[in-house]
Ligand binder design. Structure first.
Ligand SMILES: *Cc1c(COP(=O)(O)O)cnc(C)c1O
Length: 372
């Protein structure tokens, strides 16, 4: 049997819409030109509209993690203590980056599947006045947990600590009000709800964070924000940007603006509810206690090998879901419902999931037919 179906339901990359792909096929232009600068200016300003900020957005050529690293190296000095909320794989990444640059991360472990209690952050900040930053995900993609950034922002705003939010998957699906919620550094990536191929990372910088920039002494070169700040005055970047992706971003922003950001949020939330209701109807337990509009996760029945399930669906049935990462390997499946992912794709994907689960269960009980 040959499968022509190809449904991508992973929490990044997600399908790139046809109009965006058409832009990616266009002839190359040079970036040190008025033509490119005009486009870069326009997409930078319009992207601020998606971040809900009046502050500038900086664009890096790199995957989302490059902007996580930029948030570390540009605003800290060796030995700085920072608070990292670790409720999954991506929280852990903040800790790893911090260690790589000789920062001292205080790790606030949160049980997988649960959101951090804002009061835990308040207490940590009260206990240790030296904490320079609080790092947290908007959506912790590995567990499908949505964090209460608004409540956390009310706490960090009363301190000297910066609030650093990894919104790589969440931006453009889960609501993030960067300015109103007093987020100092918001991080996004191109291949999630922004509907582009991977390769661009974005960082918004608040005035409170900007004050830290000059005094930060960690080593940096490619991600040195001071270079980007200088270049952006002429709508330029210090190094060759991923020109094609920036041009494609213009089209992706057209799609978001045509729908309206509020409608994008409500559609993603609705598709999230739809996905979780369908999964629950299959008898699967929903993993996240704080559901997100970006991605949902369900617990794989104990007798089923979750890794094998994902592999069969991908290789034999043309539906790509994500499995669990780290300690959740083989134990959960994750289905994204952000950006260009449609209800029809979700319906088909979950139907194939049901079918595959039934087949796998049948295989587990080869003798069951004898009992009849
Ligand atoms: C995808 C993702 C990342 C990693 O982004 P890369 O583009 O792979 O570097 C980081 N954080 C979150 C929350 C993500 O969803």
């Amino acid at each position: 049997m040959s499968v022509t179906r190809n449904i991508l339901l992973t929490p990044g990359p997600i399908p790139v819409p046809e109009p965006v792909r058409r832009v990616l096929a266009e002839p190359m232009i040079h970036h040190r030109t008025p033509q490119y600068r005009k486009i870069f200016e326009s997409v930078s300003k319009r992207l601020a509209g998606v971040f809900l900020t009046r502050e500038p957005i900086y664009t890096f050529t790199g995957s989302g993690t490059s902007a996580m690293e930029a948030a570390m190296v540009n605003f800290h000095s060796a030995g700085d203590e920072i608070l990292v909320v670790d409720g999954g794989k991506f929280g852990e990444r903040f800790t790893d980056i911090a260690h790589a640059f000789a920062l001292k991360p205080a790790v606030l472990k949160v049980p997988y599947g649960e959101a951090v209690k804002p009061s835990q952050i308040r207490e940590a900040l009260e206990r240790n006045l030296k904490l320079k930053s609080v790092c947290v995900e908007l959506c912790e993609t590995s567990t499908a947990v949505l964090q209460d950034i608004k409540a956390i922002g009310e706490i960090t705003a009363k301190t000297d600590a910066l609030l650093i939010v990894d919104a790589i998957s969440g931006l453009g699906a889960d609501r993030l009000e960067t300015d109103n919620w007093q987020v100092d550094l918001a991080i996004a990536g191109s291949q999630k709800a922004l509907m582009l191929p991977p390769g661009l990372a974005f960082l918004s910088v608040s005035p409170k964070a900007r004050k830290r920039l000059a005094g930060a002494t960690l080593p940096r070169f490619y991600l040195d924000l001071r270079l980007y700040e200088k270049a952006v005055k002429d709508w330029d970047t210090p190094f060759t940007p991923a020109i094609g992706l920036v041009l494609a971003l213009e089209k992706a922003l057209d799609l978001i603006e045509a729908e309206g950001l509020e409608n994008v949020f409500s559609r993603s939330a609705r598709l999230g509810n739809f996905t979780r209701a369908k999964l629950a109807r299959l008898g699967l337990q929903i993993f996240s206690k704080a559901p997100s509009a970006t991605v949902s996760a369900a617990v794989v029945p104990q007798e089923i090998d979750g890794e094998k399930l994902v592999k069969i669906m991908r290789d034999e049935k043309g539906v790509t879901l994500a499995g669990g990462q780290g300690e959740l390997k083989g134990k959960i499946v994750r289905i994204a419902h952000m950006g260009s992912i449609t209800q029809k794709d979700l319906e088909t994907g979950i139907q194939i999931l049901e079918e595959t689960l039934e087949e796998m269960k049948k295989h587990l009980r080869p003798s069951s037919s004898l009992k009849h």
